[in-house]
Design a protein around this ligand. Structure first.
Ligand code: NZQ
Ligand code: ZN
Length: 385
C-alpha cells in the first residue's frame, strides 16, 4: 500500500426529511444563493422543502444549470452572486448542479483574469465561497468530494478541477428525492458509480486489502441494489443503498493508497464534449474496451474482480478475464445503457478526433502505468465501434 493523506470534512445528513437540517446549518450565513437546474426540484417538491427550511433567510436563486454544466451559464451566476454579496451557495440537484456550484464558489473569489484558467491552466484555487448541497441524483460523488467537471461550449472542452476549498460544508442525501428520477438517470448513476470504483480498483495489485475489499463490496451493492431500484422505484432501502454506495464510490476512500486509472473518464469526457452523450453512457462504452486492451497488465485485478464480485472462477486465466469483461458489459446493457459508439450515432472518424484532442491536452500517458497513449485509445475505441 502506498503512503496517503486522507481528508474529508463533508458532513452528511442522510435519510428522510433531512433537508429540514438546512435551517440550523445555514444559521451563520447572511445571503444564500440557491443554485439549481432546469426545474426538476420544483416538480418533485424538493424546492418547496428547501424554501420551508430557509424561511426567514435572505435567499436569491440561480436556475438553469444544465447537464454538463457550462462555463457560459455559470459565469452569469458568478456575476449575480458578486452583485448580491452572497456568502453561501446551496446547490440542489445532481452532479452538474453541484459541480457548477463549486465552479461558481471558486470563480467569485478568483482575482486574476478568467476563472476558466483554473481548469485550462491549472491555476490554483486560493479562496472560495462556502457551499452545501442537497443531492437529488446519486452518481458522481460530487456531494462528498472536492472536484468538479465543467464544459466550455464555445470550444467544446470539458475539463476537471478541484481544491480542498471546494468540499461542500455539508450534503443532504434523502433517498426519497430519487423517486422522481427518470429510469435512465438511475441507470446512468449506477454505471457512473460502478466505473468510479473500477478505476480505483482494476489496476495492479498493491496488497491493499482494505481498499480491495471495499471496492468489491461496493460493486456488489450496485449489482444487487441497482436493479431493485429500477424494478421498484419506491423501494426506499434499495434507493438508500444505491445513494450511499454512489457517494462512497468517489469520496476519496477507495483511491487512497492505491494506484488508479482514470483513462475511461478522460476518454469519456472527450466524447461528451464533442457529441453530448451522457457522462455515464460514455463510460459504459469505454470501460470494456480499456479492460480488453489492457488485460495483460490488469490481469491479476481482473481475476480478483471476477472471483470476488461476480463469483466467476476457473482454470484458464484468459477465459475468466474474457468472461468477466463480457459480464460487465452485459450488466450495463441490462440496466438499459447502450455500450457501443454506433449506438449513439457517433461517426467513425470521431476516433481520430478524440485521440487528437487528448494529445492536444497532453493526456498521452493515462492509466496506472502511464502507458495508455493516444494509439492505445484508438485501439480501445476501435473495439467499441
Ligand atoms: O436540471 P434538472 O431539472 O435538475 O434535471 C436533471 C438533469 O436533467 C435531472 N434530475 C436530477 N435530479 C432529479 C432529476 N430529475 C428528476 N428527479 C430528480 N430527483 O437529471 C438530469 C441529469 O442531471 P446531472 O446533474 O447532469 O447528472 P449527474 O448527477 O449524472 O451529473 C453529471 C455531471 O457530473 C460530472 C459529469 O462529467 C457531468 O458533467 N461528474 C462529476 C464528478 C465529480 N464532481 O466528482 C465525477 C464524475 O465522474 C463526473 O465526471
Ligand atoms: Zn463519473
Amino acid at each position: 500500500m502506498k503512503n496517503f493523506e486522507f481528508y474529508n470534512p463533508v458532513k452528511i445528513y442522510f435519510g428522510k426529511d433531512q433537508v429540514s437540517k438546512l435551517s440550523t446549518e445555514l444559521l451563520p450565513y447572511k445571503k444564500i444563493m440557491l443554485v439549481y437546474g432546469k426545474g426538476s426540484i420544483k416538480a418533485n417538491g424538493v424546492y418547496q422543502k428547501i424554501m420551508t427550511a430557509l424561511e426567514g433567510k435572505d435567499v436569491i436563486e440561480f436556475s438553469g444549470v444544465e447537464p454538463n454544466p457550462a462555463y457560459e451559464t455559470l459565469m452569469q451566476a458568478v456575476n449575480l452572486a458578486k452583485k448580491e454579496n452572497v456568502d453561501f451557495l446551496l446547490a440542489a440537484g445532481g452532479g452538474s448542479v453541484i459541480d457548477g456550484t463549486k465552479f461558481i464558489a471558486a470563480a467569485i473569489k478568483y482575482e486574476k483574469e478568467d476563472p476558466w484558467d483554473m481548469l485550462s491552466k491549472y491555476e490554483k484555487v486560493t479562496d472560495a465561497v462556502k457551499l452545501g448541497a442537497v443531492l437529488t441524483l446519486p452518481a458522481t460523488g460530487s456531494e462528498m468530494n472536492s472536484g468538479a467537471v465543467i464544459t466550455r461550449k464555445s470550444c467544446n472542452e470539458k475539463l476537471a478541477f478541484g481544491s480542498p476549498l471546494l468540499f461542500p460544508v455539508f450534503s443532504v442525501l434523502d433517498p426519497e428525492t430519487m423517486y422522481s428520477l427518470p429510469d435512465i438517470q438511475i441507470a446512468n448513476g449506477i454505471v457512473d458509480a460502478f466505473v468510479h470504483i473500477t478505476e480505483q480498483y482494476i489496476t495492479y495489485p498493491d496488497r491493499a486489502a482494505v481498499q480491495d475489499a471495499w471496492a468489491a463490496s461496493l460493486l456488489k451493492v450496485l449489482i444487487n441494489e441497482g436493479p431493485k431500484v429500477l424494478k421498484n422505484r419506491s423501494d426506499y432501502d434499495a434507493n438508500a443503498n444505491l445513494m450511499w454506495a454512489a457517494t462512497m464510490a468517489l469520496n476519496g476512500l477507495l483511491g487512497a493508497g492505491v494506484p488508479t486509472d482514470w483513462s475511461t473518464h478522460m476518454i469519456g469526457h472527450e466524447i461528451t464534449a464533442l457529441y453530448g452523450v451522457d457522462h455515464a453512457q460514455t463510460l459504459a462504452v469505454v470501460l470494456p474496451g480499456i479492460m480488453t486492451v489492457m488485460k495483460a497488465e490488469k490481469a491479476d485485478k481482473l481475476i480478483h474482480y471476477a472471483e470476488n464480485v461476480w463469483g466467476i472462477s476457473g482454470a484458464g486465466k484468459d477465459e475468466v478475464i474474457n468472461a468477466v469483461i463480457a459480464k460487465t458489459e452485459e450488466f450495463f446493457v441490462s440496466l438499459g445503457i447502450k455500450v457501443k459508439l454506433s449506438d449513439y450515432n457517433i461517426p467513425e472518424d470521431s476516433i481520430d478526433l478524440i485521440c487528437k484532442k487528448l494529445a492536444g491536452k497532453k493526456y498521452v500517458k493515462l492509466g496506472e502505468n502511464k502507458n495508455i497513449t493516444p494509439e492505445i485509445v484508438k485501439q480501445v475505441l476501435t473495439l467499441r465501434k
